[in-house]
Design a protein around this ligand. Structure first.
Ligand SMILES: [Cu+2]
Length: 494
């Protein structure tokens, strides 16, 4: 469907959309889990910070449920503005996917929205607002789905959610990145580096080939693990010699990390909630924006305190939590590592193998998706288009689809596909059966190919998960042929 076709269709569907809610709310057999979108105060760098949160009435952030249960949730928007929550990594019916104007209208201030769908798999997922820059204000939370049956009694689960944090208003930061700084924010965001200006011509990548990668567009005030900095980290009590299942979630808006386990021996068992062939980890592992990692750790016998650290890509800054036995003394951990970390790379990605790979089939449909940008104007593109002015990528139900993402810029892009789990099947010219996941990093000037089976008809967001890139246009939509498109962003439809 062309953009114009979508507009025409939208107008014919306007009556449906006018009521605000397309699908009737599901009839609940059991009471749903209530998730309130709310404001809360946390302390950062010794100062109170007003942030947002997704909290159950008892204050629990997010949700942890059994895979055998339905995902039966009521989101109550108690904020003074619209919002909508996306269930990152799940594969719901598309109208419950939580992308404004693609899957559903936003939830008005003071209103609620019900969700009810069957879960297909367990794993470590998360939820976050897909509206504007609310994710930068920490409107996100863990979404943990346990295996059916009783949990393994001898394994202690530890969920660690990472955030980048700023005291600035995110709108001011975006204006600064776009070269229209407000007086308040003029000095905070780093000036955009004028490298890798490409609009997708075949040669443009070469111009950028000698330029330096650009790692972080925004200078953050802090990096949080479970809402705390290393000045006062979360200390999680563990048993000497115990087994730990770490569920790491990078909920940062725009920060990639290197995870360090200190001297502990860790085994990576899942990425983005999906099992891999278990792999012993070295000293560090990369965790890109929006990715998750499940790591099994056997703690040493005897008392001890074990920091689990996340160091910012390209910087000495870090965050983390501490696993500590009851009697262990806690040493202060410096906020800065001895040296900045290197850029993330694909060495680990290349080595991962899915526990249950896709059937080895040739692609029925292949789309090349150039990732381009104009750093000076701060416009980022997929498919040479700036969202919301896009023509969707069309797929057909039942087909094997491959997306070839060619990064022609000097920034990395953590690319996320909604509604499907994909397999990483290629890096540059090398083909391999890699991990099944939902978010993959495409480093500067690299090409990453992903494959998925078109088995969830609907209209699905496909975008860069760096929030600033997303806000600057780096999103497109994957449509299934024959599935009507109920929504389109108002400014594209206008
Ligand atoms: Cu990006």
């Amino acid at each position: 469907m062309s953009v114009m076709d979508r507009r025409l269709f939208l107008k014919s569907a306007a009556a449906l959309a006018a009521g605000g809610t397309l699908a009737p709310p599901p009839a609940f057999a059991d009471p749903p889990v209530i998730l309130n979108l709310d404001t809360r105060i946390i302390e950062v760098n010794g100062k109170p910070a007003s942030v947002l949160g997704i909290l159950q009435p008892d204050g629990t952030p997010g949700i942890a449920i059994d895979v055998a249960q339905p995902f039966r949730v009521e989101v109550r928007n108690t904020l003074d503005r619209i919002s909508l929550i996306h269930w990152h990594g799940l594969t719901p019916p598309y109208r419950q996917d939580g992308v404004p104007y693609v899957s559903a209208p936003p939830i008005p201030a003071g209103a609620s929205q019900a969700y009810d769908f069957k879960l297909d798999f367990s794993g470590t997922f998360w939820m976050h607002s897909h509206v504007g820059l609310q994710e930068q204000e920490l409107l996100s939370a863990p979404l943990i789905i346990h295996d059916a049956g009783a949990p393994a009694a001898d394994i202690q689960e530890v969920v660690v959610m990472l955030h980048d944090f700023t005291f600035e208003n995110p709108d001011d930061i975006l204006a600064g990145l776009k070269g229209n700084p407000t007086a308040k924010s003029a000095t905070t965001p780093k000036a955009a580096t004028p490298v890798a200006v490409t609009t997708g011509s075949g040669m443009s990548g070469m111009k950028a080939a000698g330029a330096k990668p650009d790692l972080n567009d925004v200078d953050y005030d802090a990096f949080l693990a479970n809402d705390r900095t290393l000045a006062d980290p979360a200390v999680i009590r563990v048993d000497a010699g115990g087994k730990i299942r770490l569920r790491l979630i990078n909920g940062s808006a725009a920060t990639n990390y290197w995870i360090g386990l200190g001297g502990l021996h860790g085994t990576l068992i899942a990425v983005d909630g999906t099992a891999i062939r278990p792999m012993a980890l070295g000293a560090t592992m990369p965790l890109a924006i929006a990715q998750r990692a499940d790591i099994l750790i056997d703690l040493p016998a005897g008392a001890g305190a074990y920091p689990i650290l996340a160091q910012v890509e390209g910087k000495p800054d870090r965050s983390g939590i501490v696993l500590a036995t009851a009697s262990a003394p806690l040493a202060r951990i410096p906020l800065l590592a001895a040296a900045p970390s290197p850029p993330l790379d694909l060495a680990l990605e290349r080595a991962l193998t899915a526990a249950a790979p896709l059937a080895p089939l040739p692609a029925d449909i292949t789309h090349e998706v150039p990732l381009t940008g104009d750093m000076q104007a701060y416009v980022w593109m997929m498919d040479d288009q700036v969202y919301p002015n896009i023509t969707p990528i069309m797929v057909t139900a039942g087909k094997r689809v491959e997306l070839v993402m060619q990064n022609k810029t000097m920034m990395s892009h953590p690319m996320h596909l909604h509604g499907h789990r994909f397999q990483v099947v290629g890096i540059d010219a090398q083909r391999f059966p890699g991990a099944v996941r939902d978010t993959v990093l495409v480093p500067p000037l690299k090409t990453v190919t992903i494959a998925f089976d078109a088995d969830n008809p609907g209209s699905w967001a496909f975008h860069c998960h760096n929030l600033w890139h997303l806000a600057a246009g780096m999103m497109t939509v994957i449509d299934y042929a024959g599935v009507p498109m109920p929504y389109l962003p108002p400014d594209a439809a206008g």
